[in-house]
Design a protein around this ligand. Structure first.
Ligand code: NAD
Ligand code: TYD
Length: 337
């Protein structure tokens, strides 16, 4: 099978390419990535020599380039490419609309023109909005959309476009809406790698507000196996929600676990200004479990231990991106004040 992966130099895309080539060594992967600030070539060094892997530098919004790639006989598209960071969407939403909405539209158009067998769209639980503090509610495939940030609004728009191409043009699509991923190769702008790399570089962990907002943490390898289950067994036109084993982990509890594993204390926490429209998330994965037999393997503690070990042993991987990320946060904090 010939698969087009978009955004394969990013966190989840790079993990997925590695996972897929291990599980399906005869498949061919073309990775289309624009190489934004979030891309990292170092994530692919162990894959580059694989003859079934090739890389194209380019924008998913470039219709001519996408057409040229599709003409090579792509059967499946797994679409990861996106602007993915909520804080950056607060700083400047325009690129989120361009890549996440218009870029997805260009891909859909090409997929319909060339009659691909599957267009799998990677989306987020953030499209569903926020869960109230104290509520035991979990998002599911039937939860109405209610996005809060320009990031989640742009992902919601792309989900709608993807579904419209199924309903209107019969494009064989599937969508997954997953919770917060963590694990190796994640950009150090995001909470877990930022916290770990702050401690590794002698800085404190920055906690937004009082740290009471909660997330549903999903190890990236579990996400990869969920996408695999959807590609192999998922029903065309369907959406699958994907989440982790533990629900409602507050940011402060997460941070305390990281501190404990890394042998640090609460003195290494700095409370900083809160994020506007700060959501809470928890996702039910009942449907994908019942219909496709998927379940996550990692519990949060062992996943964090593995992730901390990886960042400790791979300080070269994040040095440049870490510097850029912290410069971004200094700029963002000036805007907030
Ligand atoms: P990431 O920011 O780490 O990587 C995104 C990649 O896409 C980068 O390599 C970047 O260069 C590339 N890219 C950006 N714009 C592009 C464009 N116009 N054309 C081609 N390539 C482009 O993102 P991630 O964390 O790996 O997220 C991947 C997908 O998963 C996204 O669609 C995101 O919305 C979704 N998602 C992520 C999470 C999470 O916790 N990270 C959770 C739910 C859903
Ligand atoms: P993040 O990793 O940005 O993912 P998302 O907002 O898409 O869920 O943030 C996860 C949570 O951690 C979120 O509640 C915001 C919070 N956070 C901090 O408290 N400090 C930080 O330095 C960062 C980056 C995030």
């Amino acid at each position: 099978m010939k698969i087009l992966i978009t955004g394969g130099l990013g966190f989840i895309g790079s993990n997925f390419i590695r996972y897929w080539l291990q599980q399906h060594p005869n498949d061919e992967i073309i990775n289309l990535d624009k190489v934004t600030y979030a891309a990292n070539f170092k994530s692919m060094v162990d894959v580059e020599s694989n003859l079934n892997y090739s890389f194209v530098r380019g924008d998913i919004g470039d219709a001519q380039l996408v057409d040229k790639i599709m003409a090579q006989g792509i059967e499946t598209i797994v679409h990861f490419a996106a602007e993915s960071h909520v804080d950056r969407s607060i700083d400047d939403p325009s690129l989120f609309v361009k890549t996440n909405v218009l870029g997805t539209y260009v891909l859909l158009n090409a997929a319909a023109k060339y009659g691909v067998k599957r267009f799998h769209h990677i989306s987020t639980d953030e499209v569903f909005g926020s869960i109230d503090f104290g509520s035991k509610k979990q998002f599911s495939e039937n939860t109405p959309y209610d996005p809060s940030s320009p990031y989640s609004a742009s992902k919601a728009s792309s989900d709608h476009l993807v579904r419209s191409f199924y309903k209107t043009f019969g494009l064989p699509i599937t969508i997954s809406n997953c919770s917060n991923n963590y694990g190796p190769y994640q950009h150090p702008e995001k909470m877990i790698p930022r916290s770990i790399t702050n401690l590794l570089t002698g800085q404190k962990i920055k906690v937004y507000g009082k740290g009471l907002n909660f997330r549903d943490w999903l190890h990236v390898e579990d996400h990869c196996s969920a996408i695999e289950a959807i590609l192999l067994k998922g029903k065309i036109g369907e959406t699958y929600c994907v989440g982790g084993l533990k629900k409602g982990t507050s940011n402060i509890d997460l941070v305390k676990t990281i501190l404990e594993i890394m042998g640090k204390t609460e003195k290494d926490i700095e409370y900083v200004a809160d994020r506007p429209a700060h959501d809470n998330y928890a996702v039910s994965w009942d449907k994908i479990s019942k219909e496709l037999g998927w379940k996550p393997k990692y519990d949060l503690e062992s996943g964090l231990e593995q992730t901390i070990k990886w960042y400790t042993e791979n300080q070269d991987w994040y040095q440049d991106t870490k510097r850029e990320a912290e410069e971004f946060y200094i700029k963002l904090n000036k805007i907030k004040k």
